[in-house]
Write a protein that binds this ligand. Structure first.
Ligand SMILES: [Zn+2]
Length: 222
């Protein structure tokens, strides 16, 4: 049952109860006046020696009216009780409906809150996405800068130019510069030959002993 229907039927019931209460009070008033009439008639009867046919008829008439009023009063009372009960039922229905409405209202609030939270989260995710995008852009920029720094295909790498002749031991991977006008070199050379006696010693260009150890440098370090 919708709220409007319940409210309308409650108003109708209240009007009915009010009109019945009015009828009841009217009937009670009539009953009171009937009682007064009966009392008066009783007095008159006590005064009179004999009762006329008219008197008896009037008494009977008043009696039956009195009884009729009593019945009406009883009926009205019953109806008022019944209507009051119905009114209570309707009020209970109204109360339950109100409870339902308030619980629905709170549910609606909860849903609104959830939606707000979801929106906030979506915004945050969007912000993170933007940050990630920015960082990816930066990475791409750095990568392109790096690739510019790398020597392009086909360009010549700066080459170390190895010059000069050396004596090198193939077995030990060691070499020594040959400087014919340097007496110190001559001493080192003799030592080198002695150290690598029985090994294969060759005279080659410096460029051919890549990866070999320069004995002179070792000597210098000491
Ligand atoms: Zn050697």
């Amino acid at each position: 049952m919708s709220m409007d229907k319940i409210l309308n039927s409650n108003v109708e019931l209240r009007v009915k109860v009010e009109s019945l209460e009015e009828q009841l009070s009217k009937a009670q008033g009539e009953l009171t006046s009937s009682n007064t009439e009966i009392e008066e008639l009783k007095k008159r009867l006590e005064e009179k020696v004999s009762i006329t046919e008219e008197d008896i008829e009037e008494i009977n008439k008043i009696k039956s009216e009195f009884n009729e009023l009593k019945d009406q009063l009883k009926e009205a009372n019953e109806k008022i009780i019944e209507l009051n009960n119905k009114l209570k039922e309707k009020e209970e229905e109204l109360r339950i409906s109100n409870e339902n409405i308030s619980s629905l209202t709170s549910e609606v609030k909860t849903n609104e809150e959830l939606n707000l939270t979801i929106n906030e989260l979506e915004t945050k995710i969007q912000q993170k996405d933007n940050i990630i995008k920015d960082q990816l852009d930066k990475i791409q920029l750095i990568e392109s800068q790096i690739s510019e720094l790398k020597p392009k295909k086909g360009t010549l790498k700066p080459r170390t130019i190895y010059r000069g002749r050396v004596r090198a031991c193939i077995k030990c991977n060691e070499y020594l510069h040959i400087r014919l006008n340097d007496p110190e070199n001559q001493v080192l050379m003799k030592e080198f030959e002695k150290l690598h006696k029985g090994h294969t010693i060759i005279t080659v260009d410096l460029s051919e002993v890549k990866g070999y150890k320069n004995v002179e440098l070792i000597e210098d370090d000491e």
